[in-house]
Design a protein. Structure first.
Length: 169
């Protein structure tokens, strides 16, 4: 009989990890259903529109969007392509980088965002806010922001180099 495999992390620590993943998946599933019903949007597409909607007069670079969303550049390009085809965003030349392209919210995109936001707020309230009292919400927010700050202290995905293949492979 072989020895049991002991993970280099305690079961209690795995518990935090699995609880976070479970809640994230359940919340995303709930809100994505609402976003598809009310606006025909995926969760990532909604996030793009919401970021652009923070300041509609200020286009965002693709790198900035990728870093904010923690999404690959190729995946972001695909999502922006779909939003652009639907007339919800437009690509505009960057004023800071002659090779760069920025993304801006179109009036149609702003209208879709305005249409989905009330239902989105209701869904968020139902799946998160109503599950906790005020003090627990504040504490959870504080803890999650602490974890996010820790994770964002690392270089953003857009700045990381892809692993290189060794010559032996």
């Amino acid at each position: 009989m072989s020895d049991p495999i002991v993970p280099p992390i305690l079961p209690r620590e795995f518990g935090v990890y699995f609880a976070l993943l479970e809640v994230s998946a359940l919340v995303q599933h709930g809100v994505e259903g609402q976003l598809r019903r009310d606006g025909g949007l995926s969760f990532v597409q909604f996030q793009i529109l919401a970021i652009l909607g923070e300041d509609p007069s200020s286009p965002r670079s693709m790198t900035d969007l990728a870093d904010r969303l923690v999404h690959s550049r190729s995946g972001l390009t695909y999502q922006v392509d779909r939003l652009e085809q639907a007339g919800l965003v437009a690509r505009v030349p960057s004023e800071q980088d002659e090779r760069g392209v920025n993304v801006t919210l179109t009036p149609t995109g702003a209208a879709v965002l305005a249409r989905v936001l009330p239902g989105h707020a209701d869904e968020v309230r139902e799946v998160i806010v109503d599950a906790l009292d005020g003090a627990d919400r504040d504490e959870l927010t504080r803890l999650l922001r602490q974890v996010a700050r820790h994770l964002r202290s690392r270089p953003p995905r857009s700045a990381r180099r892809a692993p290189t293949r060794s010559a032996e492979a």
